[in-house]
Design a protein around this ligand. Structure first.
Ligand SMILES: *Cc1c(COP(=O)(O)O)cnc(C)c1O
Length: 248
């Protein structure tokens, strides 16, 4: 069990969720896309499990984590009320833990990770939906495979038992124009789908650039700050070192 978020926090999250959903709705309208064609993944990162539970109560069905310890702790607290997405860098030794808690993995960028995730998924009697991550600049911090390596990586994922190829994911280079970035990603996604017709998903778009991602055809938006970065109202009493909504 997890401590419930405070009423103030629940109100903040409800408000932020309304704003984000309205932005997605306007972006879908502008591109003549049905609202249901986009999945909102709430990226909860350092926020407590009580925030995840509060978002689930507000109707959020998809939650993303970029660290294995956070994913395990929140999965243990919240369980299968939501679909769990993993979107951080993956080390080989973490594949077992990820395969046990994640339903969707956005950040597979090399064959060895796919092989190990698949093996762990089969052992756990699970099947993971997997995005291959494209890198625009080969920055190891962000992860991702070079565009030239992506087709072979996608073939490998598609052949690996326990894994299902979802499509392609990318994080834009800091300072790059997201509209150009996501158009380029859409081109890569289109070529991937020619080889793998089932790989129809595109994971792109974050708090600051989701409009550009929707316009370019993104199916999964990974939104953190715009949903969860809302500060509590002034005057709310907190003990030092502990957030108001954090479990005691
Ligand atoms: C943190 C994170 C996000 C969310 O970014 P925001 O700007 O907070 O919306 C999306 N994708 C990845 C891979 C992340 O690490």
């Amino acid at each position: 069990m997890t401590a419930a978020a405070s009423a103030d926090r629940r109100a903040e999250l409800a408000w932020a969720l309304e704003q984000v959903r309205a932005r997605i709705g306007r972006a879908c309208d502008a591109s003549h896309r049905p609202a249901g064609s986009v999945t909102l993944v709430a990226v909860t990162k350092a926020r407590p499990a009580s925030d995840v539970a509060a978002l689930a109560a507000l109707g959020v069905r998809d939650v993303g984590e970029n660290r294995v310890d956070q994913a395990r702790a929140k999965h243990a607290a919240v369980g299968d009320a939501v679909t769990w997405h993993f979107l951080g860098r993956i080390q080989s030794r973490q594949t077992g833990a990820i395969a046990r808690v994640a339903d969707v993995v956005h950040s597979v960028d090399r064959p060895v990770i796919a092989t190990r995730l698949g093996r762990a998924a089969v052992e756990a009697g699970r099947r993971l939906l997997v995005f291959v991550q494209l890198s625009f600049d080969a920055d190891p911090e962000r992860g991702g495979a070079a565009a030239s390596d992506l087709p072979a990586l996608a073939d490998h994922v598609a052949m690996t038992p326990g894994l299902e190829l979802a499509g392609v994911m990318a994080v834009p280079v800091l300072g790059a124009d997201p509209w150009a970035t996501y158009r380029e990603l859409a081109g890569v996604a289109g070529r991937l789908q020619e080889q793998h017709p089932g790989a129809r998903f595109v994971s792109a778009g974050m708090s600051d650039d989701l409009e550009a991602a929707v316009a370019a055809g993104a199916t999964h938006l990974r939104v953190g700050a715009a949903l969860l970065g809302v500060r509590r109202p002034p005057g709310d009493k907190v003990r030092p070192g502990r957030r108001a909504d954090e479990p005691a």
